[in-house]
Design a binder for this molecule. Sequence first.
Ligand SMILES: *Cc1c(COP(=O)(O)O)cnc(C)c1O
Length: 346
Amino acid sequence: MNTDTANQHANADDELLGRYVRKILAAPVYDQAICTPLQPAPALSAVLGNRVLLKREDLQPTFSFKIRGAYNKLVQLSQAQRSCGVVTASAGNHAQGVALAARTLGIKATIVMPTTTPELKVQGVRSREATAVLHGESFPFALAHALALAQEKGYTFVSPFDDPEVIAGQGTVAMELLNQHQGVIDAIFVPVGGGGLIAGIAAYVKYLRPQVRIIGVESEHSNCLQMALKAGERVVLPEVGTFADGVAVAQIGAYGFEICRRHVDEVITVSNDELCSAIRDIYDDTRSITEPSGALAVAGIRKYVAREQVERQTLVAINSGANINFDSLRHVVERAALVRPQAVPA
Ligand SMILES: *Cc1c(COP(=O)(O)O)cnc(C)c1O
């Protein structure tokens, strides 16, 4: 690439980030979402020798950040689109976000979820007066069905991640975070499913504070961003594990990938057992339970610190959600014990 084309690329890229930053600043998410605390994790910080801060998106009204993107998308639909209704496919948390936003705005919502969706997330949709349709064993099947319904009934399809308004809504997490911590941040660890959250965060942070590292954390059973970055294009994973059901996505979104390919510094993958252990780390510091996807970022921080041997850095984890069936906790506790046996009192 000669210097002129390289400069053109850089300018086009700045322009892209600038467009997202403007959308993020204008997103009216606080009609529905809250500004969540950025909270120190003293025990984990002491163990790791670094300052760990948790962005508590598990405290949102639907117990995940998804309400931000869903509301920002729905509030911007035309009157005609609103009266026809919306449809979406979701592994569960976006479903609850859309259901709540739609009820607030008086829009009819139909939500297709995989048959493997935890009952608690299905209830979260039904209790908010949306129509829940269970279809297909994983997200891609639910997605195909939702797109067919959109065609057939004239509903507007609301993607859980592959939409600029959804990405901008999720990006408000970064806007809060940079306001809440104006000192040095070395890295922000972001869980990745379809890439909407990390794209919104990366766009905002890299525009304003490019020296902050943006590190994606994926389940090793659904590492669609890592594979896409390696291949240089959006690959489709042949198989997706659903323990971390909030991120069980086979292909990174197109809009998100456009941002991630240039602005995500690296992607770390973690095992299910490491997620269980991270749920315990979070519990120890907050007395709150996160769902497996919600603990990805903390699991990523543990791995990063062990590998890089960094000390006294400020590392932020996005605690993205808390929608886990109570009955699943038994399994989480058992697996966590395998990773780090509980200390035996002397
Ligand atoms: C949706 C979700 C993610 C991933 O967000 P994407 O925008 O799909 O990458 C992470 N954690 C939880 C709890 C989620 O619900």
